[in-house]
Design a protein around this ligand. Structure first.
Ligand code: NDP
Length: 480
């Protein structure tokens, strides 16, 4: 098989890493190497920063209307090449192609949303009696670093890049080295859309070398990072002494709470999605499912029946519901958590093992796994597994379930199923998380804030929150 060689994108050109070294890019469904990924280092990041610095004055001075047109053209470029993007994403990440298509559409929507933000984002003004008027300038931060993970590669990449560009910044970005393909393709689209050279620079490589060089660089003034909590803590410790702006979207161990007055069928149908979509590799997946004792057996039976029908395997097959796990190390990590759950006394109700679908015997597949019989305080329920593994636990009272739901270091998202409006409000108020869904899951409006509390991160992305992050407010006070 001919290997696809990816390149960095610096100053408007595709280029090889200065050290000439490449990493292997794997297809998780087959376990085969299919691409070479630049193993970029400090020297490459430095070139990217120089290009960004050169491009910054013209880009931030460009009329917002022109930025609007370019970002819209990027959205159109993604949509016009949707199949190419979706197949590349699936080959890199292991997810079903049909799912990748929906994510590519959402990535295009991000660019379209922030195209309009470029022309609509407004600032405040305040009159001081009749003595003065204050107004706030929202100026671009300058050169910003965007570091994204492997689970929703282009979608999360676009979520950072689009607002950063809309606000007039130049970007140095690093996608995960496990899933760099669609970010690589996006550079071509940006070029065709008329994005000036140096405004977006993409360097591929390892977190510890290339990512670290972005965080370390003194001319990069803000870091927008999505990834694991341990990496987020490390980045915060490096960036804080330099007073860089930080947005950290980190892990989750999200509760999914089903009260006994919930619509059983809807709750089960959505729980199948919220547990296993994208192989459970979404930070918003509900991995701890709490079910009221009166509903427990009926819910469990219906859930097991539906999960048994989920097809695991060929990402190109539209009927596939669970694709491959992103990498061999992550595959092994998820399996090790299933062993841990068993050692902690958990009963595996379904799945629990690797799967070898016909034609994909060397791929990294794990059957959707449901475990019961564990206490909330065990490691399986405390640590993020980030795979197709959930635990189910019974509860009696609202107070009890609230205590268990909040008994976690994380605080990203929570789903509540109830038809009692007052209870929905009470729970939404008391739950410690950045996002609460009631009787739904992953219903995202691009205008809403996105992010977590506790060890799920600091700052918010989405909507105007991202525009605020990527700009510095400057108050100007003018006397009458
Ligand atoms: P990591 O934290 O390992 O990596 C995220 C990105 O950071 C990658 O590009 C990685 O590069 C890079 N990186 C690693 N070390 C450093 C460093 N020292 N300096 C700078 N960059 C570095 O997370 P994963 O890629 O494994 O992603 C999965 C995690 O992301 C999960 O914990 C999940 O919960 C979280 N996540 C959070 C979301 C949210 O919005 N809250 C959304 C999606 C995922 P490399 O790949 O080379 O290690």
């Amino acid at each position: 098989m001919t290997l696809i060689t990816l390149q960095n994108y610096i100053d408007g050109n595709y280029c090889a890493p200065t050290g000439g070294q490449y990493l292997e890019g794997f297809n998780p469904a087959t376990g085969e190497v299919f691409s070479q990924v630049p193993d970029s280092r400090e020297a490459d990041v430095s070139l990217a920063v120089q290009a960004a610095k050169k491009a910054l004055p013209a880009w931030k001075a460009m009329p917002a209307d022109d930025r609007f047109r370019i970002l819209n053209a990027i959205a159109e470029g993604i949509e016009a090449n949707l199949t190419e993007f979706a197949e590349a994403e699936s080959m890199d990440q292991g997810k079903p192609v049909w799912l990748a298509k929906t994510e590519m559409q959402r990535a295009a929507q991000n660019f379209r949303f922030y195209a309009t933000a470029a022309i609509q984002f407004a600032s405040e003004s305040h009159q001081t009696d009749t003595r003065a008027i204050n107004y706030t300038l929202r100026q671009p931060v300058g050169i910003v670093g965007c570091i994204s993970p492997w689970n929703l590669p282009l979608y999360l990449f676009s979520w950072k890049i689009a607002p950063a560009l809309a606000a007039g910044n130049c970007v140095v970005a690093k996608p995960s080295e496990f899933t760099p393909y669609t970010a690589y393709l996006l550079c071509r689209i940006c070029n065709e859309a008329g994005l000036p050279a140096g405004v977006l620079n993409v360097v591929h490589g390892l977190g510890a070398s290339c990512g670290q060089a972005i965080v370390d660089h003194p001319e990069i003034k803000a870091i927008s990072f999505t990834g694991g909590t341990a990496t987020g803590k490390h980045i915060a410790s490096v960036a804080a002494p330099m007073f860089k702006k930080l947005s950290l979207e980190l892990g989750g161990k999200n509760p999914n709470i089903i009260f006994d007055d919930a619509d059983l069928e809807e709750a089960v149908k959505t729980t199948v999605r919220s547990s296993f979509l994208n192989q459970g590799e979404i930070c918003l997946c509900g991995s701890r499912v709490f079910i009221h004792t009166r509903m427990y057996e009926a819910f469990k039976a219906m859930l097991l029946e539906q999960v048994a029908k989920m097809q695991v395997g060929d990402p190109a097959d539209d009927k596939t519901r669970v694709g491959a796990i992103v990498s061999k190390p992550h595959f092994e990590k998820v399996l090790s958590y299933i062993e841990l759950a068993k050692a902690e006394g958990g009963r595996v109700l379904c799945g629990g093992t690797a799967v070898k679908p016909p034609g994909f015997e060397n791929g990294w597949f794990i059957a959707p796994t449901i475990i019961e019989g564990l206490s909330q305080s065990c490691r399986t329920n405390m640590e993020e597994i980030f795979g197709p593994v959930i635990t189910i636990m019974p509860f009696e009272t609202e107070e009890e379930v609230l205590g268990m739901a909040n008994d976690t270091a994380y605080g990203l998202a929570c789903t509540i199923w109830t038809t009692d409006l007052k209870r929905a409000h009470r729970m939404a108020e008391a739950i410690q998380s950045g996002i609460v869904w009631v009787n739904c899951w992953l219903l995202r409006d691009l205008r809403t804030p996105f992010g977590g509390v506790k060890q799920s991160g600091v700052g918010r992305e989405g909507g105007w929150e991202a525009m605020r992050f990527f700009t510095e407010p400057k108050n100007v006070c003018i006397a009458y």
